[in-house]
Design a protein around this ligand. Structure first.
Ligand code: SAM
Ligand code: SF4
Length: 508
């Protein structure tokens, strides 16, 4: 086996970068981004309103338009932007929020990212890689909460290579777990992957293992900052990372996800970087990213940068980021996470996010450890024992609590995984999203999976709020002309009846 060092040295395949460059250049031109920000720094109100009309027509904005939105500071206009962002979300995605949970498999890492507790120099971090039995146990615990969608996460290391990832994915998919209430047997139905950039042949292995989305965050699009915060390891190669999703597309993974780690550099520059990333994927493959994430830097063990960065983003700016992304790429899913404090997390979900995690644990073996710690604490009559995680999670509400909170706000929680299992991925799903059709299928699948959750996992308080919400959805669906086409409504009602009678994993 190669040593850790030689393995890390052969990760990057230069020809799998060069093939995507245009005249030897990548798609991030710092000067061009700065010029857009400078040229649009005083937009008038009418221009902003015109831009919002374009978003409402579900068209992607161009760099000048996004730069103009980034310059808005007027409170009334910002309020209009939040409201329009929500309207755009409703048009494309209806009132749904999709839930998932992360499974961290390994914190072995050859990189030195200054913001991350897993970086190789951090001696405070206890290194661990899960066995397949441990992965199945972690999955069982997540499934018992009601989760159906997982993001599986790995540090970059020869021991957590693509073959290990494939084995882990298969192990997680294999779990079938009786639900704590109701008649259901739960399982993970979609596994997305967050892992280091890989070469095309390795990415093909992930695709063949049946992954949903492949996710790589660029962290920062600003090249000089990227260099400083990634001083060593394969991740120090900016362009290898920048084209990770291009290679994934070429490997057949047509749902790809990008993101930036907000707080590492100026947030306005990062929003522009995300836009350029979406534009280049559109240009080279005809579709942009399936989702965009905007993790905010949170304190991590052994990382000064995570608390001392001069670019840390305020709650107010975080709201702007979500609204502007929603308006800029109206048909792209937006993911917020439990890194946010509960109030901000809820606020972001109600501006335009489409997905979030809940009841997450990001320690390696963290779900199992937390369960053991809880049992021990209960036995000793003490409060929760802390377990090691990559960084701090601020929203520790359970999935049931979060779903209840969303239901109170009139939002329906979804565990739908129908899209990719029915072949509605890549350009097919983008077409449906742009024409606001996919959201309509999702509304039906959201009701079906929400009903499953209420029957199999929800507390009495959540059921009390959830069932009236389902009745409201059923009434709306009955009235909407779209569902009267063909036998769609009739089919849906049949499936809803099957779910109510205890059948599971039924979708449209
Ligand atoms: N090793 C892979 C990589 O770097 O792409 C995947 C795993 S890494 C743990 C997943 C993500 O965690 C990173 O892309 C980064 O954005 C995020 N992350 C790392 N440190 C963080 C911190 N202190 N606060 C918030 N997010 C962080
Ligand atoms: Fe390793 Fe990823 Fe953490 Fe960087 S962010 S140290 S690559 S796990």
């Amino acid at each position: 086996m190669a040593t850790k060092e030689t393995w890390a040295e052969q990760v990057i395949k230069q020809d799998e970068i060069d093939k995507y460059l245009i005249n030897g250049k990548d798609f991030i031109d710092e000067q061009e981004i700065l010029s857009h920000l400078e040229d649009n720094k005083n937009p008038d109100k009418q221009r902003i309103r015109d831009i919002m009309q374009k978003s409402l027509a579900i068209e992607r904005l161009n760099p000048d338009e996004v730069a103009a939105l980034l310059a808005v500071d007027d409170e009334d206009l910002l309020q209009e932007m939040y409201e329009t962002a929500l309207e755009v979300k409703r048009k494309v995605y209806d009132n749904r929020i999709v839930f998932f949970a992360p499974l961290y498999c390994s914190n072995l890492c050859v990189n030195s990212c200054l913001y991350c507790g897993f970086r190789k120099e951090n001696t405070e971090e206890k290194r661990r890689i899960l066995t397949m039995d441990e992965i199945r146990e972690e999955t069982r615990i997540m499934t018992r909460e009601g989760h159906k969608r997982m993001i599986i996460v790995f540090g970059e290391h020869q021991r957590s290579n693509a073959d290990y990832m494939v084995e882990s994915i298969k192990a997680a998919y294999s779990v079938q777990e009786k639900s704590p209430k109701g008649p259901g047997v739960g399982n993970i139905r979609r596994i997305n992957v967050n892992a280091a950039p890989m070469e095309i042949s390795e990415l093909k292995k992930l695709w063949e293992a049946g992954i949903g989305t492949y996710q790589v965050f660029q962290e920062t699009y600003h090249k000089p900052t990227y260099k400083i915060v990634h001083p060593a390891g394969p991740k120090s190669n900016y362009q290898w990372r920048l084209y990770a999703l291009h290679r994934a597309m070429e490997a057949g993974i047509d749902d790809v996800a990008t993101g930036a780690l907000f707080g590492v550099y100026d947030w306005k520059f990062e929003v522009m970087g995300l836009l350029y990333h979406a534009m280049d994927l559109e240009r080279q493959f005809g579709i942009g990213p399936h989702t965009i994430s905007f993790p905010r830097l949170t304190p991590a063990s052994g990382s000064k940068l995570s608390t001392k960065s001069k670019y840390l983003v305020s709650d107010k700016d975080m709201k702007k980021i979500v609204a502007i992304l929603r308006l800029s790429v109206p048909y792209t899913g937006l993911i917020c996470t439990v890194r946010e404090k509960p109030e901000t997390h809820t606020a972001l979900m109600t501006i335009g996010c489409t997905q979030t995690d809940a009841s997450s644990n990001i320690g390696i073996g963290g779900y199992t450890d937390a369960l053991k710690a809880k049992a021990l604490a209960q036995a000793k009559g003490i409060k929760q024992i802390k377990n090691k995680q990559q960084f701090i999670l601020n929203d520790t509400r359970s999935l049931d609590e979060m779903i209840r909170e969303m239901a109170k706000l009139g939002m329906i929680s979804s565990f739908c995984t129908a899209g990719y299992r029915c072949g509605r991925t890549g350009d097919k799903i983008m077409g449906l999203l742009k024409s606001c059709t996919e959201g309509k299928f999702c509304k039906l699948n959201a009701v079906l999976t929400f009903r499953e959750f209420l029957d199999d996992y929800a507390s009495d308080e959540t059921r009390e709020i959830g069932f009236p919400l389902i009745e409201k959805e059923l009434a709306e669906i009955k009235e909407m002309p779209f569902y009267q086409k063909g036998k769609l409504h009739e089919n849906f009602l049949k499936k809803y009846e099957q779910i109510s009678n205890g059948e599971r994993d039924i979708y449209i």
